[in-house]
Design a protein around this ligand. Structure first.
Ligand code: DGL
Length: 273
């Protein structure tokens, strides 16, 4: 598809329900330091994971319109739930390259597993959509997948409970059925979960490889920019952050979770919620 109306100097837009998409933003900053990036965290409506497909599609369209009005050249859906439920609709409505996190995650899982036994952790919406299961089965038809919905984990991350004993107990409960599953790969199918990786590693031990789609998603974006001649040549990239509620809370939490300063976070007010 030709995208002649897009300019290389335009930003890449990303959205998530909240803070989790910053795990994707972090890899984008590392891999594409010259690119202007625009992040939207829909903090007024987080979590997405327990909501209906119709609602997630509506939120995703609204988020995309906000970013498109700011002239972006690529849209990254940095949320697994929105990627699982809204990607086809977004692709149908908007004429620009749109990249989700499911396909990059599935590719990495297929490249990582040796015994073809993979656990996928995600929100209720992501797991019930079957998006990861079918994306992995397309790559490895005889893969044995253990999908686990972990509805409480997004709230734990949004509360900053990364190393908390309560988080450990909850994760142990979610992962207890994996004891006999003999998986060699656990795919973190929610952009919030990489922040809980140290705890998950502690619980699962070193025989399992824990992966997520943030880096592979950034690599996919890089390839796409190159193939469409959309690489920005400017050396002074601008990173802008917007949220739909409480910018200061987002900034403080972001700085705590990622242990690095966040610039000004601006408020984008949603008119209907
Ligand atoms: N980061 C979103 C995801 O990847 C979280 C969903 C939620 O808000 O529940 O699915």
């Amino acid at each position: 598809m030709a995208f002649n109306h897009l300019a290389s100097s335009h930003a890449i837009g990303l959205f998530d329900s909240g803070i989790g998409g910053l795990t994707v933003m972090r890899e984008m900053i590392r891999l594409l330091p010259q690119e202007n990036l625009l992040y939207l965290g829909d903090t007024a409506r987080v979590p997405y994971g327990n909501k209906s497909a119709a609602t997630i599609i509506r939120y995703s369209i609204e988020n995309a319109i906000f970013l498109l009005e700011k002239q972006i050249k690529v849209l990254v859906v940095a949320c697994n739930t929105a990627s699982a439920l809204a990607l086809p609709k977004l692709k149908q409505l908007f004429h620009l390259p749109i990249i989700g996190v499911i396909e990059p995650g599935a590719k990495l899982a297929a490249a990582t597993t040796r015994n073809k036994r993979i656990a996928v952790l995600g929100t209720k919406g992501t797991i019930e959509s079957g998006a990861y299961q079918s994306a992995i089965h397309q790559l490895i038809p005889d893969a044995i997948i253990f999908p686990i919905a972990c509805p409480l984990l997004v709230s734990l991350v949004e509360e900053g409970f990364l190393y908390h004993s309560a988080s450990k107990l909850i994760i142990q409960e979610y992962l207890k059925n994996l004891e006999k599953a003999d998986v060699d790969t656990i795919l973190l199918g929610c952009t919030h979960y990489p922040l809980l990786k140290p705890l998950i590693e502690e619980i699962m031990g070193s025989s399992v490889t824990i992966i997520d789609s943030a880096l592979t998603c950034a690599q996919t974006v890089k390839k796409l920019l190159e193939s469409h001649q959309l690489v920005n040549s400017n050396q002074h990239a601008i990173h802008q952050y917007f949220v739909t509620d409480d910018p200061e809370k987002f900034r403080q939490l972001g700085e705590y979770l990622f242990q690095s300063p966040l610039p000004l976070v601006e408020l984008h007010k949603i008119i209907h919620s």
